[in-house]
Design a protein around this ligand. Structure first.
Ligand code: NAD
Length: 472
């Protein structure tokens, strides 16, 4: 258990943590049956309130289609719950490990033990799933949890709070709501593990606060995720997949393709195909009923400024899809050509429906472009040559990769999800989520009769023989 560091607590967070920790100590680790039952209870509660969550998220965003919430948030949660329920009992079993000859017949095993109380801080862009997915890993690993969802999605965060309060006692799962000040106080608590999803800027602060108590952190951050369209890629398929990944949730996705690297011979046909797909997906352009609004005025203004800055510095902005009258905070999809490194659009994570296009002449040049920038959360590669694919996979480092599509690695329940370098540290989902929120305790059981005595004084000729054997 983490040593308590004095916390200035204006939000009464410490008593809540103390309550959960006391309950954890009192009850011990939950059985597999209990974890499965808790996951099922959560699944039922979310399905029963699905329409309410869809409405709350749409209200918070200014507009988001119920389909988008259902497909991008609810389905991944339900699928992850089903996967965890199927596997958790197996993962909980102690793992047998080999021992050296001179320890036979002792036994070595790894026991996966819950850490205790996990803190979860989540962002606004997928306000339901990015709060719930870490909670699923926490429950599967037998922990208790306190969640701090985003203050920008008030309706969703309140609904999340009441939903979890209805099904879990406060000493098992609790939600606290508030802004950055509460977030900072939250990060200062001596949790047994802290999972933070959000920006690198805030992630840095969270890690600094957590360091005071030596609380281990998982940081799920963002960044500029590149899409590399290989010289032999099918351009239409690639453009369609990129348009899907970029325009879902109007680009407000941490793993959205941020910019595209395309061979100069294919740039024009890529732009034409992207434009055609945007029009096919959203026939009414930004006014389309399936196209999301930008969640806040601040974010909307930031995106407008990114476009202005790029145009002022010589970029060409092409609005894609039909040009229709646009409601408040609905930003039309755009492609930006002739981008340069001094433009804010090529320095900041875009987090909106704007796609810069960078052209290259050789695959090595494209790989070097990616490697000159911070390591991204996701990388997308399109192409058919297995040699090129292998080169891209081995010569670039990113949190995850999807080949010949976008976003889809996120919904593979058996794959770890997380960043590397500036895009984060640690991973969750699947067995990695279970393991990162468990303590892998190595246990060696000595047997009554063993050879260990030969290596303790007084030594004899058999000791020398054993020593020679071990030094061979
Ligand atoms: P953010 O960093 O502004 O906020 C995230 C959370 O941190 C919110 O709950 C917020 O209240 C809290 N917070 C704010 N200040 C804090 C402080 N000083 N101490 C502790 N907590 C504090 O991020 P955001 O704007 O909500 O989300 C967008 C960012 O999140 C983007 O960079 C995106 O790429 C990233 N993101 C990453 C993932 C992922 O899975 N890796 C998923 C979604 C979003």
């Amino acid at each position: 258990m983490t040593a308590q560091f004095p916390v200035k607590d204006d939000f009464l967070l410490s008593p809540l943590l103390a309550k959960q920790r006391a309950a954890f100590m009192r009850d011990g680790p939950p059985s597999a049956a209990q974890r499965r039952a808790d996951l099922r209870k959560l699944k039922r509660a979310l399905l029963a309130r699905r329409a309410q969550f869809e409405a709350a998220i749409s209200k918070d965003f200014g507009y988001r289609s119920a389909y988008e919430t259902r497909i991008m948030e609810v389905i991944p949660i339900i699928q992850a719950i089903n996967f965890l329920r199927r596997n958790v009992a197996k993962w909980m079993r102690p793992e047998k490990r080999r021992i050296s000859l001179h320890f036979i017949p002792g036994r070595a095993r790894v026991h996966y033990q819950p850490l205790g109380v996990v803190g979860i801080v989540s962002p606004w862009n997928y306000p339901l799933s990015l709060a719930i997915m870490p909670l699923l890993s926490a429950i599967a690993a037998g922990n208790r949890a306190i969640l701090k969802p985003s203050e920008l999605t008030v309706a969703t965060s309140e609904l999340l709070k009441s939903t979890l309060r209805d099904i879990f006692p406060e000493d098992q799962v609790a939600v606290v709501t508030g802004g950055p000040e509460l977030g900072a106080a939250f990060s200062r608590l001596p949790f047994d593990h802290l999972v933070f999803t959000g920006s690198a800027q805030v992630g840095r602060m969270v890690m600094r606060e957590a360091a005071e108590n030596l609380v281990p952190v998982t940081l799920e951050l963002g960044g500029k995720s590149p899409t590399l369209i290989g010289p032999d890629a099918d351009i239409e398929t690639a453009a369609s997949s990129v348009a899907y990944g970029k325009l879902a949730n109007a680009g407000q996705t941490c793993i959205a393709p941020d910019y595209v690297l395309v061979h100069e011979k294919d740039a024009a046909s890529f732009v034409a195909s992207y434009d055609a797909t945007a029009a096919a997906f959203y026939p009414d352009g930004a006014a389309d009923k399936n196209y999301s609004a930008i969640a806040s005025a601040r974010h909307y203004t930031r995106l407008r400024r990114l476009l202005e800055d790029a145009e002022n510095k010589g970029a060409r902005v092409i609005q894609t899809g039909p040009q229709t009258a646009v409601l408040t905070r609905k930003l039309p999809s755009a492609i930006v050509l002739n981008v340069t490194d001094d433009m804010a659009i090529m320095r900041e994570e875009i987090f909106g429906p704007i796609l810069p296009i960078v052209t290259y002449r050789t695959l090595d040049e494209a790989i070097a472009y990616i490697n000159h920038r911070p390591r991204p959360l996701a990388l997308y590669y399109f192409g058919n040559s297995s040699e090129d694919r292998l080169k891209v996979l081995t010569r670039t480092t990113s949190g995850n990769v999807t080949v010949n599509d976008t976003l889809m690695h996120y919904v593979q329940n058996a794959l770890p999800f997380g960043g590397v370098g500036m895009s984060g540290m640690g991973a969750y989902h699947g067995i990695e989520g279970f393991k990162s929120l468990s303590h892998a305790k190595g246990v060696f059981e000595q047997s009554r009769w063993n050879l260990g005595g030969l290596l303790r004084p007084p030594f004899n000729r058999t000791s020398d023989w054993v020593i020679r054997y071990l030094l061979r």
